[in-house]
Structure formats: C-alpha cells, structure tokens
Ligand binder design. Structure first.
Ligand code: SAM
Length: 254
C-alpha cells in the first residue's frame, strides 16, 4: 500500500498499520484507551488485564516496525500499564526517558494517581532527532484564582522529565465530544523535541486530533488512524479551521 500523507484512516489500527511500509515515520505517538471502562462509542474499554497487554503488544510491534531508524516513539498511559509497555519495548528500542506528566488529576484511592507516564524510546542508540528546546515554565504553579492573579512571570528553563506546566483539558467548553482528549500543547512539546519541519508524525489513536493538529501547526506531515468515524470528522473539521485561522499552507514541503 502506498502511504497517503496528511490523511486520517478510519478503522482498526493494527489492521491498517500492517499495510504500511517498514520505516515510514520519524515520530510515532500512542495514546491508547487506558482500559478504564471509559465510554467510547466504537470501542469496549474493559479488557481483562492480560488481554489488554497482549493487544497493546500487537500494536506496539507495528509501531516499532513503521518507525524510521532515526525515529522516536512516545507512548502515554497510566503507570499501571506503562511499565508493561516498557517490558515489551526494551526488547526492540532504546529507552530514553520516563516523563511524568502531572496533569492535575482528581484524588482517587489511597495514593492519589497524579501523573501519566510518557515513555520515550528511540530506534537508534546514537543517531536520532533530538532538539534541546527551552520552554517557558510558570514557577509555583497553583491553580486557585488568587494565585493565578499573583502568578510570577514565566521563566525559560531546560526541560526535565517532570512536566507540571501543561494542564489536562478541564473545562467542558474546551473539550470536544471525547472522553479523554489530550491538550495540543503536550503534543507540540513532543513534536518539537523529537522531529523537524517536514518530518512525518504518526498517531494510531488519533481521537479528536491533538497530535495531527500540533503536527500541522508545526509544519510536519501527519498520518492518523481512529476506529471511530465521529472523532475523525471532528478532527478534520478542526484541521480545516486551523489551516484557515493560522493561514497555514495546505501542504508541507518534504
Ligand atoms: C485515549 S483516546 C485518544 C485521544 C487523543 N489522543 C486525543 O487527544 O483526542 C483513544 C482513541 O483510540 C481509539 N481507538 C480505540 N481502539 C482503536 C483501534 N483498535 N484502532 C484505532 N483506534 C482505536 C478510540 O476511538 C479513541 O479515540
């Protein structure tokens, strides 16, 4: 199959990815369903633990195969599942970082699960794209309205593996009709670190499009997949809006 760039495929990611050529993408990102019984319209989010991990290993195998030799893989999940992804990925790729994204979770259980684990791997030990970008952080980030009013100015600082400055999308008005949409800013950071303009970014669980929108804004090509046509329609609408709002070119030069 010839790979169509800047397209979102509809269907099961394993079936579709099997038709992609080897070593097609510079950066691959995965934000799978977390097996938390979330209400997706086209997917049952309640597999048995063993079944869930086996399923994850099947798509991770495809992710490894389609990654270019200089490429990077990022996968986000709950720590409960992430360490199992690492058991699989350590066989094929080089581990770079376990990034803790403190997304301001709600208290649940005895130990409040406050971070998502973003595992970062590369295919090559030495030759991979890495941009050492400095980011603006707001110190003493507190979310009470009084603190927001008195917040000190942002400072530039090198990136660490604890990310505390990107909120998960909290307010209904900022969300699409999707149970677990990621903020575009999170994907912009990952894309800036691990790819260059004109590179190809892949996401097999595109949802309502945070990855492809970030890729488009940053002048990268994208390829996405989702099993739910409704999410693809939302993503395509948002892509159109962003192209016209930011006056982006329809196509990206390779
Ligand atoms: C955690 S959400 C991804 C959200 C996305 N990162 C965003 O910011 O909108 C997981 C997505 O995977 C999709 N999905 C579930 N099973 C799939 C499969 N077998 N193949 C392709 N997509 C699937 C769901 O429809 C859902 O949109």
């Amino acid at each position: 199959m010839t790979l169509a760039l800047n397209r979102i495929y509809h269907g099961d990611l394993i079936e579709i990815m099997k038709r992609f050529p080897n070593e097609s993408f510079d950066l691959v990102f995965a934000d799978p369903p977390y097996n938390l019984e979330k209400s997706y319209s086209a997917y049952e989010d309640n597999k048995k633990d063993k079944e869930y991990i086996e399923w994850c290993n099947q798509w991770l195998e495809q992710y490894v195969r389609v990654l270019k030799p200089s490429g990077s893989l990022f996968v986000i999940n709950l720590p409960r599942w992430s360490y199992q992804h690492a058991v699989f990925l350590n066989r094929y790729l080089y581990f770079r970082h376990w990034i803790a994204w403190d997304a301001l979770s709600e208290p649940r259980g005895n130990v409040m699960p406050a971070h998502y684990a973003i595992f970062y791997y590369t295919k090559s030990k030495k030759h991979f794209t890495f941009n050492n970008v400095e980011f603006s952080f707001t110190p003493n980030l507190c979310y009470r309205s009084k603190c927001i009013r008195n917040r000190p100015p942002s400072i530039k600082k090198p990136l660490s593996d604890i990310w505390t400055d990107i909120h998960r999308i909290k307010h209904k008005k900022d969300r699409d009709e999707h149970p677990c949409q990621l903020p575009v800013k999170l994907l912009e950071r990952i894309i800036l670190i691990a790819s260059n303009e004109g590179d190809i970014v892949f996401d097999g669980f595109v949802g309502t499009g945070s990855t492809v929108i970030a890729a488009k804004k940053l002048n990268r090509h994208y390829v996405g997949i989702d099993i739910d046509r409704k999410y693809i329609e939302i993503t395509e609408k948002k892509l159109k809006a962003i192209v016209s709002l930011l006056r982006l070119p329809e196509t990206v030069a390779i």
